[in-house]
Each structure stands twice: as structure tokens, then as C-alpha cells.
Ligand binder design. Structure first.
Ligand SMILES: [Ca+2]
Length: 335
């Protein structure tokens, strides 16, 4: 059914990718071009020439409709991220960029293992930054994917401005099918608004510079409300039969430790103030339903990717990396 819908939307379903110049006659492209020329960001004619080389990518439109966060249960999602390889490479990344991670952690209040885990989940520490031309992804979604076209058109505009600001070649910049770029997979608007030049070389380079990526992830979290030193999530136990009412799919805290206990969930361990904001989470694990309590910082992670599964994978990866990293430090006095 989804395929039929997509066929109707793109009107060329048998063709997997389009042709250069697919968007040349689109009114939306002409409006975007006019706007960027009027603002003096592109000289007349430059964008028109660029877009004659841009093709619609139908596989991008198909991919956006079925992200893993929406189609998988926790028990199938978790093993993709909590692998020995990803944990060990996280320890390597931490050791390699220890100084920058400590500095970012101190400056923004985000623990080093959380910054490492995000870069690990997003791109395996820069190993997989995406093979889609960003301009083609964003144009395909912005012009030919009506459900989220305004969002992606805005990101396309941000990308074209970013290219001028940071000296990127708009036709040779690669990212995910959704247009996310570099080590931390920032969308263009996040790059422009929240990325930082953390190595101080005068450029914000998330594609080639892991140090800029480290500072940018930390700044992103702080800007989205990360609270230094606060818990992220904790496993819950059921204390009465109403517990179904205690969980939700919300992407923010909607209760407190005290209130959620009356609904049937309490932390398995640890000491939390009754007034601490929290939401109950239910995940389908390998051994059945798992209940968790997510705190403010858990939902800050969901601002990166709007999914409980994503935030839990990043959190658990951060714990596994921290544990493995602390073992490599035993007996070393170089810390
Ligand atoms: Ca830099």
C-alpha cells in the first residue's frame, strides 16, 4: 500500500533514480532560487546551473517512509548498536580524542561516554557518514515527498546557505538519505545553529573533523536542555497492577517519581527525589516487556532522533563504552 502511495507521489515508480535536471521546472525550486538570490547568498544563475546536475532519488523517498525506529521492536533494534565492535571502537575513539572529550564534557556538562555513543550510533565513529548526495536527498524529499516537504525544503535552503558559509561544494557533499551529515549526522539547520568550531581552526567541519563533531554534539545536547550530572534512565519494577497507565510514547517527561509510583512503577535501584520529572517507558525486549523510567536527559537524546528506541540504544551504548573504557584505564597512570 505504501508503495502504491509512493508511486502516486513520485509518478515514476519503475525508475529507481531520476535524471539530472529533474527539478528544473519545479515552481518550488524557482521560488527557492529567487529567495536565495534576493538575499544575496547566491549570484543570479548559479543555483539554476547547480540544479541542472541534480536528480531525484526515489530510493530516498522510499527509505524515509520506513525508518528502523518505526518498524522494529527493541529486541531487534538493540543488537544493531550494542555490538562488541561498536563498543571497542568507542573505547578507541575515546582514547584517541580524550582531551577534546574531556574539554567538551567540562564546557557543556555532557559526559564523554554520551558524546562518544552518539557518534558511534550515528556513523560508527565516522566510518559510515552516508553515500547520498545531500542536495539530491533534500531536493527529492523537499519537492517530491508531500508529507514532510516543508521541513525538507527548509533544510535544503539551510544546506545551500551552509555550503556558502563553510565552503562546501553543494554537488559533492554526502550524507544520509535524509540529508544528515558528517560524524554526528547533523541536519543543515542544526549544523548552522548548533555546531561549533571546537578545534578553533576557523571552520566548522563536521565531515572531516571529529573534534568539531565532539564539541557540536555536546553543544547540541546542552542547547536542547541537557542537565549536567542528572540520570538518563533507570530500569523500573512493577509495584501495582495499574502499571500500563504509567507508560507512554511521549517524547518528554510527563510525571514524577512520586506520581509514577502511585501508577505502579518504581526505580529498581537508586535513590531519586519524589519530585524528579520522569516518564514511564515500555520496550519489547528479548524476554518480554521491559519497563524503564526516562528522565529529562533521556528525552534530550530524543531531540536527536525522535524515538525511545534510539535514545535507549545510545544510552546503553554509552554505559557499555564507559565500562569497557574504565577497564582499559586500570593500572594506567596516564589518565
Ligand atoms: Ca574547526
Amino acid at each position: 500500500m505504501v508503495k502504491n502511495l509512493l508511486c502516486a507521489i513520485v509518478a515514476a515508480c519503475s525508475v529507481n533514480s531520476g535524471h539530472a535536471g529533474d527539478f528544473d521546472n519545479y515552481e518550488e525550486l524557482q521560488a527557492l532560487t529567487a529567495s536565495l538570490e534576493k538575499e544575496g547568498i547566491y549570484p543570479a544563475g548559479e543555483l539554476t546551473a547547480i540544479f541542472t546536475n541534480v536528480a531525484r532519488q526515489n530510493k530516498v523517498i522510499e527509505a524515509i517512509a520506513r525508518p528502523a525506529e518505526k518498524t522494529k521492536e527493541w529486541k531487534d533494534y538493540r543488537p544493531n548498536f550494542l555490538t562488541t565492535e561498536r563498543i571497542n571502537k568507542g573505547v578507541d575513539f575515546w582514547n584517541k580524542y580524550n582531551k577534546s572529550l574531556n574539554l567538551a564534557s567540562k564546557q557543556y556538562g555532557v559526559p564523554p561516554e554520551m558524546i562518544v555513543a552518539i557518534i558511534g550510533v550515528e556513523t560508527k565513529y565516522g566510518g559510515n557518514k552516508g553515500n547520498f548526495k545531500v542536495i539530491e536527498s533534500l531536493a527529492s524529499l523537499g519537492f517530491d515527498y508531500p508529507p514532510r516537504a516543508p521541513f525538507f525544503r527548509k533544510e535544503l535552503k539551510n544546506f545551500l546557505i551552509l555550503a556558502k558559509e563553510q565552503g562546501l561544494d553543494p554537488l559533492e557533499t554526502y550524507g544520509s538519505y535524509a540529508g544528515a551529515m558528517g560524524f554526528p549526522q547533523f541536519m543543515p539547520s542544526s549544523w548552522r545553529n548548533l555546531a561549533v568550531d571546537f578545534d578553533g581552526d576557523g571552520k566548522i567541519d563536521l565531515i572531516n573533523d571529529p573534534i568539531d563533531a565532539i564539541g557540536s554534539v555536546a553543544n547540541y545536547f546542552k542547547s536542547n536542555g541537557w542537565k549536567a550530572g542528572e540520570a538518563i534512565a533507570t530500569r523500573a519494577r512493577i509495584i501495582n497492577d495499574n502499571y500500563d497507565d504509567a507508560t507512554s510514547k511521549d517524547l518528554k517527561t510527563n510525571s514524577t517519581i512520586g506520581d509514577i509510583a502511585t501508577k505502579g512503577l518504581a526505580p529498581r535501584e537508586g535513590d531519586f527525589a519524589a519530585t524528579m520529572p520522569v516518564s514511564g517507558l515500555r520496550l519489547q525486549g528479548e524476554n518480554g516487556a521491559e519497563f524503564w523510567l526516562g528522565f529529562n536527559n533521556f528525552f534530550v537524546i530524543t531531540t536527536y532522533n525522535r524515538s525511545h528506541l534510539y535514545a535507549m540504544a545510545a544510552y546503553q551504548l554509552s554505559l557499555a563504552i564507559k565500562d569497557a573504557h574504565s577497564q582499559t584505564m586500570v593500572g594506567e597512570d596516564s589518565l
